[in-house]
Structure formats: C-alpha cells, structure tokens
Design a binder for this molecule. Structure first.
Ligand code: ZN
Length: 128
C-alpha cells in the first residue's frame, strides 16, 4: 500500500509554451553533447566512477526527456500526468516528475531500502 504522505493538490499556473520547450530542448541537447564528451573521455580510475555513473544516469534522463519532447509529452509528470511547473523545468530540464511526485518517489525508495528481505532496486513497473 502506498503511503499518502504527500498529496498533489497544487494547481499549476505557469505551463510550458512551445517556445519554452524549444529553449529547453536546446539546453538538453547542449548538455547531452557535453556529457557525451565527458563520459567518453573519462579515465577508468575508480575515483571517477561515481561521477561517471552520475553522468551516465543524467545522460539517460536527458535522452528520455528528448524522447518525451518528440512524443509531445514533455513537461507532463511521468507519474501523475499533470503539467509540471515551468520554473522547475527551467531549473531541471530533464525532470521526469513534478515536485510532489518526486517527493513521493523518494519516500518510496526510502521505504524500499528499509524493508528487509527485498532486493534493492526492485520497482513496481511505473510507466516511463
Ligand atoms: Zn506528479
């Protein structure tokens, strides 16, 4: 059973305009180029592994965001389907969830980590 610690009730005032999506898409593409370069050039030293993993993860998020732009679902929360805050997307163009679902996601991960006997990383299939 899901915990209802956070409820998503806020109505969004500042939805994305097509021009905003264009700007964000450009930012995502630039960031992707940057990350591709840095992950390709990263030496295999263990010290850089955490950073490399983080970059690769971000790269995946950016690819997913670009795919959502293509699909026309960009700016909608992947969890509740509501339009995301424009300011949030300008800060995190690759954001997948709105603030409230992000908190719920994190809370659930937290719960999963503290449940004994369940392998870490087990997720119940959320639609991407
Ligand atoms: Zn949401």
């Amino acid at each position: 059973m899901l915990s209802a610690s956070v409820t998503c009730g806020r109505t969004m005032q500042a939805n994305l305009m097509p021009a905003d999506v264009e700007v964000l898409q450009r930012a995502l593409l630039e960031r992707r180029t940057q990350l591709r370069r840095s992950t390709a050039a990263a030496p295999g030293a263990d010290a850089n592994r955490a950073r490399l993993e983080r970059d690769l993860h971000e790269l995946g998020e950016i690819d997913a965001a670009l795919a959502r732009i293509d699909a026309g679902t960009y700016g909608l929360c992947s969890r509740c389907g509501k339009p995301m805050d424009r300011a949030r997307l300008q800060l995190f163009p690759a954001a997948r969830f709105d603030m409230c679902c992000m908190e719920n996601e994190e809370a659930e991960h937290e719960e999963q980590r503290t449940v004994p006997g369940r392998p870490p990383g087990t997720r119940h299939g959320l639609p991407r």
